[in-house]
Design a protein around this ligand. Structure first.
Ligand code: FPP
Length: 247
């Protein structure tokens, strides 16, 4: 049951993307180590995933680990990877129960072997679920993704499989790791930072942005609903005038 009666179920975004930020500061505020913040961030991941699934949102993409995050202290990177493995292992039955399909985008081959294998297993186990698709961005950066797409398309041109004149938005879409996933209508960033941080640069061309001061471990079900309510007050014009939208 959706307790937030302000939400119009007929006007939901199909795809919500989230830059989960503020775990470190949340932990520091409590006099704890950064990893404590990441551990508590998992509760928010669980609550937002369940809330999105209950609402009937089709795609939720979470920026869990960026290419740039590899340069954090080794101890933190190792702890994040371990947390990922443990969370995926522990949550797969719940994902299945809630009909959630797990996908991952990013340079997955660069993940530690155990993490890569656990991810592949969970994706295979949830592949037939028809509810929400939860997309984890792991070792992901949008510039990396666009470079990879450019290389693929250049190779296709070289091989005579595509004419340069035929390269279009759609051809680029099909060569991104998000192939088959609609662009997010709503992008959320927590923790008061107003940056995109190399996330889904191509796909957010027309997304609505929602920034909140709330640190990720405090971003729970009610906060997720608040973001949806805010999104539903926006007028999405796609370059048109308000009058054109009414007529
Ligand atoms: C940003 O906070 C958060 C991350 C880089 C990692 C996000 C990971 C999780 C929430 C846990 C595992 C995720 C899944 C999907 C199981 P920060 O460390 O940059 O915080 P700060 O800006 O306050 O330092």
């Amino acid at each position: 049951m959706i307790e937030d009666k302000r939400i119009d179920l007929a006007k939901l975004p199909k795809h919500v993307a989230i830059i989960m930020d503020g775990n470190g500061r949340w932990a520091k505020n409590k006099g704890e180590h950064r990893i404590y913040g990441h551990q508590h961030g998992v509760t928010s991941v669980r609550e937002c995933t369940e809330a999105a699934a209950e609402l009937g949102i089709k795609f939720l993409t979470l920026y869990a680990f960026s290419t740039e995050n590899w340069s954090r202290p080794k101890e933190e990177v190792d702890a994040l990877m371990e947390l990922l493995v443990q969370t995926i292992l522990a949550e797969t039955p719940t994902l299945n129960k809630n009909k959630v399909r797990l996908l991952a985008i990013g340079n997955l081959k660069s993940l530690p072997g155990k993490c890569y294998e656990q991810l592949q297993e969970a994706m295979a186990e949830t592949a037939n679920n028809s509810g929400l698709t939860l997309v984890l961005a792991l070792s992901y950066s949008a510039k990396w993704e666009i470079v990879e797409a450019a290389k693929n398309i250049a190779q296709a041109v070289k091989d005579g499989k595509i004419d340069i004149e035929k390269i279009s938005d759609q051809v680029i879409d099909e060569n991104l790791t998000t192939k088959g996933i609609p662009d997010p209508e709503l992008l959320i960033r927590t923790s008061g930072e107003h940056r995109i941080s190399n996330f889904l640069l191509w796909q957010i061309a027309y997304s609505e942005f929602y920034f909140t001061e709330t640190l990720w471990p405090d971003f729970k079900r009610a906060a997720f609903f608040e973001a949806i309510v805010d999104y539903q007050t926006r007028e999405r014009r796609f370059g048109k005038t308000s009058e054109q939208l009414i007529s």
